[in-house]
Design a protein around this ligand. Structure first.
Ligand code: NAP
Length: 489
């Protein structure tokens, strides 16, 4: 089969991959392909479409800075508006000709002799390019726990990130497992529809009020007519969120103030003292992701909802059995159990210099330099790579910083006539030591179990700083941190 040659290959058509494509165009690079495993763009906002799904970062901040959207209908956009926004970006920036759907990455191998990445996708197509950029997303592979008997369940069993188009819950008994960011949005919707909901909670979450509201028509008209007003709204939101980083990073004890707010929120909405106790977390706020909701607790106070805090022992064809031996009947199982963030790529998916497999390189811990480059993998860049996650603001801020960094890296390669750039191992190691030093003493290291930590307890997800700190470090490509190979004459 013939090989399609490009200047750049991008994997993934979510915010990261599409943003990279727009950046390439702005830099005058038009010869690229975006390989997407699904049949539509949107990434997480294509996959997560469960009832109630919305963003918990304000819309003004959860969009590209270069593409403000005056049409958001709410302060926190529902998932379909975000998906529509990304589709709008595809149309506006004419990205369609570059998109290859149904093309999951099967193998990407660095060909040192040619100075190119040779890529094979699951549909059997072959691609080749000197530069490979992975925008795979951290929250893209649903996680299902292993629970005895789960495969024998007789009714529908659905994960929040794979919600079926038609699932009528009217009159049915629903068992929801998990109480994270997805569950708190979904449960109020299920409770309003189903006959009964059992919510299986392992760890209660800290929940703060959500300052959500419909945006008025006049506000939307104002933003459309005077874009500066929306930029100011974004700026205000930016600094409001940035201020939240300080206690998470430097003074976790100050988070007791926010814990008091969360406790008051709980007390206002739940009058039953025993239910309140079971919903009160026993770890520092911020250690796990802080949740925002106004309708989660009221849903738990409904007579058709039961919060179950005994651990699950097994699943039977018609219900869920807890460790106290009690079986609760269920017609539908809903898994709100999150994503395989710490999961690893199958062996042979990304193979760099001298046959090094990314899976092996990350055997002990996912590590990169600036979340963007990995030693041993020339001309390979990651978007939202290790330690670029945020607990306090919008991922778009991190993505845009990386777009600037990678864009500048490609410009450096071009202008200096380089064949490849590969981050120096010692630079990557020093950087990761610094990250781990900075993470110690933060709220994320205050002793809870979270998906930010890998199996060795190492935080490979969070950026331990302000977003402007990351922006400063990624403003320019720091060629001195890289092994540069000149192009052969
Ligand atoms: P999550 O935060 O990882 O929550 C998973 C839940 O499942 C937790 O409550 C966990 O309990 C529970 N769980 C896992 N295995 C279990 C088991 N064997 N038995 C019982 N319970 C189990 O997943 P998520 O809610 O899908 O959210 C993931 C991330 O996606 C969020 O943190 C956020 O970054 C993003 N998200 C964002 C939005 C948004 O509004 N922007 C919305 C949804 C999701 P433990 O706490 O005890 O582990």
């Amino acid at each position: 089969m013939s090989v399609q040659d490009h200047a750049v290959l991008i994997i993934g058509a979510g915010f990261a991959g599409l943003g990279m494509a727009i950046r390439l165009q702005q830099d005058g690079i038009d010869d690229f392909a975006i390989l997407e495993r699904a049949d539509a763009v949107g990434g997480t906002w294509r996959d997560n479409r469960y009832p109630g799904c919305a963003c918990d970062v304000p819309s003004h901040l959860y969009s590209y800075s270069f593409e403000p959207n005056p049409h958001w209908t709410r302060a926190y956009a529902p998932w379909h508006e975000i998906r529509d926004y990304l589709e709008h970006c595809v149309r506006k920036y004419r990205l369609s000709p570059h998109l290859r759907f149904g093309a999951a990455l099967h193998e990407a191998r660095w060909d040192a002799a040619a100075g190119r990445w040779q890529v094979l996708t699951t549909d059997g197509r072959r691609y080749s390019a000197p530069v490979l950029i992975a925008g795979l997303g951290g929250l893209s592979n649903p996680a299902l726990p292993r629970i005895d008997g789960m495969e024998r369940f007789a009714g529908p069993s659905v994960h929040s990130a794979a919600w079926p188009d038609r699932l009528d819950l009217t009159g049915r008994r629903v068992a929801v497992i998990g109480t994270g960011a997805s569950a708190i949005q979904l449960v109020p919707q299920l409770a309003a529809q189903a006959a009964h909901v059992d919510l299986y909670q392992r760890t209660p979450a800290w929940v703060l009020p959500k300052a959500d509201r419909a945006l008025h028509g006049w506000e939307r008209r104002l933003f459309a007519r005077w874009p500066l007003t929306q930029r100011l709204a974004r700026l205000a939101s930016y600094w409001q969120h940035e201020a939240r980083a300080f206690p998470l990073l430097k003074r976790p004890q100050w988070l007791r103030v926010a814990e008091a707010t969360a406790r008051r929120h709980l007390a206002r909405q739940i009058s039953d003292p025993s239910l309140r106790t079971r919903l009160t977390p026993d770890y520092t706020l911020g250690c796990k992701r802080v949740l925002l909701s106004n309708d989660y607790y009221p849903a738990l106070a409904r007579p058709n909802v039961e919060l179950v805090t005994d651990a699950i022992r097994e699943i039977t064809p018609h219900g869920v059995v807890t460790t106290d031996g009690r079986e609760r009947a269920a017609d539908v199982l809903v898994w709100c159990t999150g994503f395989r963030v710490q999961g690893r790529l199958p062996a042979g998916t990304v193979v760099g210099r001298d046959g090094q497999d990314l899976r092996n390189a990350w055997e002990h811990a996912n590590q990169a330099y600036l979340g963007s480059s990995v030693a041993g993998f020339p001309n390979f860049f990651l978007l939202t790579g290790p330690n670029t996650g945020l607990g306090h603001s919008s991922m778009l801020l991190m993505i845009e910083s990386q777009l600037a960094y990678i864009g500048d890296a490609l410009r450096t390669l071009r202008e200096r006539g380089l064949r490849s750039a590969e981050v120096r191992r010692e630079v990557q190691d020093t950087y990761n030591e610094e990250l781990q030093r900075r993470l110690a003493g933060t709220a994320w290291a205050s002793g809870c179990h979270s998906w930010y930590l890998d199996r060795n307890g190492r935080n490979t997800v969070i950026w331990p700083g302000y977003t402007f700190g990351f922006r400063r470090r990624t403003r320019h490509f720091d060629a001195a941190a890289y092994r540069l190979e000149p192009s052969p004459r």
